[in-house]
Design a protein around this ligand. Structure first.
Ligand code: CA
Length: 406
């Protein structure tokens, strides 16, 4: 009894010291201000998002074979340049992504078509990539056709097609739209190549070698005579650009729009002049003719009628040696895995019993570690024992309960 008491006192002292240390070295978690809450915020790891009433298309690349994945899509080219990869975004529920080396594409109609859609996906470029050509697009064709037909270089007339996407532009690797619509500006010489909207280069470098959450939105003009169409895009959940009737101010220089406060209000998008033209396809394209060895991973693609947003860091994480956590999710069999997976503000609920772990916390997170939960995580009336807890100099705040150090 005496030994148990002294151990508990020692554990208490360690934790008190840790808390004092943390208060002195308090690091604020990353601000979530100005971040929108999307559909994905309700589905940890995108689990179950396919059943959301606002979701219209999901591709997580988790089927057993590439053939099975491609069978879902209406059209694809260069399957020999595609492979299933075990490299996935850190918060993804899955174990597979699609890797594409060189130019290849997949295309799917979204019938009968929509007036507003958001597309969110994760992508990662190889660090060796030099130059991106074109990339993932949403568009409309009237009438719809089961393969991509972009008509590059031709100015759309508003009754047949439009398309837009967000991509790392050329060799500057900066994010911008690449957009074809009926009032697009032509390049010197009269040809219509995709218009850009964020200056050249845009202020937002595209990072290579890391998974990036890309999302863009298109809203079709309605009525068809109006200019009230819009488009916007987000990188890692942060809105970069949003254009619509009257915003932002800027200046056209040939086929590029350069935002600036001294310019004219943007005229808005008249994407179409006939009702039949709407948003009716997704084209997952990796087009790198100038850099044919450039590889790119894709995963966790969602198309929805509302803003999707990045896969959320879970607010609660469950830890149970069996790895079942009574069906709760996300579930880990060690406390350290839970700490590593945790987001900026997370409660880690640990089942009672002995966890012979040396735990390390060294990231700027606000963590609450709760030991002593019963096996169904409904009451917290017992104790969890660990071997040690080490708090690193980068750690944020840590609060603990029902946890002892052996
Ligand atoms: Ca996946």
């Amino acid at each position: 009894m005496k030994r148990t008491t002294s151990l508990l006192m020692r554990a208490t002292q360690v934790l008190m010291l840790a808390l004092i240390f943390l208060l002195l070295n308090r690091v604020e978690p990353p601000s979530s201000k100005a971040r929108e809450s999307g559909i994905a915020s309700r589905y940890v790891g995108d689990r179950g998002i396919e059943n959301d009433p606002d979701v219209v298309f999901v591709e997580d690349f988790e089927q057993a074979t590439l053939d099975a994945i491609l069978s879902v899509w209406e059209y694809s080219t260069h399957a020999e340049r595609m492979s299933i990869s075990s490299d996935t975004p850190s918060l993804s529920k899955g174990r597979q992504s699609l890797f594409v080396r060189g130019s290849a594409d997949m295309y799917q109609r979204l019938l009968p078509g929509y007036d507003q859609l958001y597309i969110r996906f994760y992508a990662k470029f190889e660090t060796s990539c030099d130059s991106a050509g074109h990339w993932v697009r949403l568009g409309g064709r009237n009438p719809s056709i089961p393969w991509p037909w972009p008509e590059a270089g031709k100015c759309p007339e508003g009754d047949e097609h439009w398309s837009t996407g967000v991509e790392p532009m050329g060799s500057s690797w900066s994010w911008d739209f690449y957009t074809y619509w009926m009032h697009m500006r032509s390049a010197p010489g009269g040809s219509c190549w995709g218009n850009t909207f964020s200056g050249r280069p845009s202020p937002w470098p595209a990072v290579k070698g890391d998974w990036i959450c890309v999302e863009f939105m298109v809203k079709i003009n309605d009525p068809v005579t109006s200019y009230n169409g819009e488009q916007a895009f987000w990188i890692n959940g942060k809105k970069m650009a949003h254009l619509g009737q009257g915003f932002p101010r800027g200046t056209w220089i040939w086929d590029g729009f350069y935002p600036n406060d001294d310019g004219h209000p943007f005229e808005g998008f008249q994407w179409r002049k006939v009702q039949e033209l709407n948003i009716n396809y997704v084209w997952l394209e990796h087009y790198v003719p100038a850099d044919p060895t450039c590889g790119c991973w894709f995963d966790d693609l969602i198309i929805a009628k509302k803003y999707v947003g990045p896969i959320p860091h879970p607010q609660s994480i469950y830890v149970d040696q069996s790895g079942s956590c009574d069906g709760r999710s996300p579930c880990f069999s060690t406390i350290q895995e839970g700490i590593d997976f945790a987001g900026s503000e997370t409660t880690i609920k640990v089942v009672y019993g002995d966890f012979p772990e040396d735990i390390t916390v060294d990231e700027a997170k606000a963590l609450t570690i709760q030991g002593g939960w019963d096996s169904t995580f409904t009451t917290q009336s017992s104790t969890t024992t660990v071997k040690s807890i080490t708090i690193g100099s980068n750690a944020g705040t840590v609060a603990v309960g029902n946890l002892t150090i052996e």
